[in-house]
Design a protein. Structure first.
Length: 192
């Protein structure tokens, strides 16, 4: 890693430490039932990313690194909301040399002041539950009508490894107030 990248990473770690002082991450036992299920889903997905998908993407990145001046040892920056960060904290336990995690809005703030738009020093992976609306919401209602007591969940995950080098998917779930059910994996997906 070049000096500029080392400085960027050190400053990001310092920023994350300050964020955790102001906004600590809860433990799994502090989550509501609904958020606890999301924690389990994201945790499982993140483990799979760390063991399978992430290493493959990093290998692909290494192949193109000479052409795009990317570093072969990027920092993995995981972002999410409360359930994802609780999962990341539980999975990684201690500070990791290769992986950091922070809230999506914290990452957005960091990137505005410390851009790495070509992803020279890091890759960004994310996993969170978002709202389902617009055309995707209409498709979900047509294909998977719900009872009045049920709601949709959309699990959004993806990874950017470089300029025009990313992948992501959105998985459709339903929540009945007690447990989630996967309706369709990769209900929506993208690749660049």
């Amino acid at each position: 890693m070049d000096i500029e990248g080392q400085i960027w990473i050190r400053q990001l770690r310092e920023y994350i430490a300050a964020c955790r002082t102001e906004r600590p991450i809860k433990g799994p036992e502090q989550l509501t039932d609904e958020v606890g299920w999301q924690y389990n889903i994201i945790g499982s997905s993140f483990m799979q990313w760390l063991k399978q998908y992430g290493p493959l993407l990093i290998q692909e990145r290494a192949v193109i690194s000479d052409f795009d001046k990317l570093k072969n040892d990027p920092l993995i920056v995981f972002t999410g909301e409360e359930p994802g960060l609780v999962a990341a904290q539980h999975i990684l336990r201690d500070e990791s040399e290769r992986v950091v995690y922070l809230h999506r809005d914290e990452y957005d703030t960091w990137e505005k002041g410390h851009p790495d738009p070509k992803f020279r020093w890091h890759i960004h992976t994310w996993s969170y539950f978002g709202s389902l609306d617009g055309e995707m919401g209409k498709r979900a209602r047509e294909k998977y009508p719900l009872k009045d007591s049920e709601t949709y969940w959309i699990h959004i995950e993806g990874t950017n490894c470089g300029e025009l080098f990313g992948r992501g998917a959105e998985h459709l779930w339903k929540w009945d107030g007690e447990k989630p059910t996967l309706l369709e994996e990769c209900f929506n997906r993208w690749m660049s």
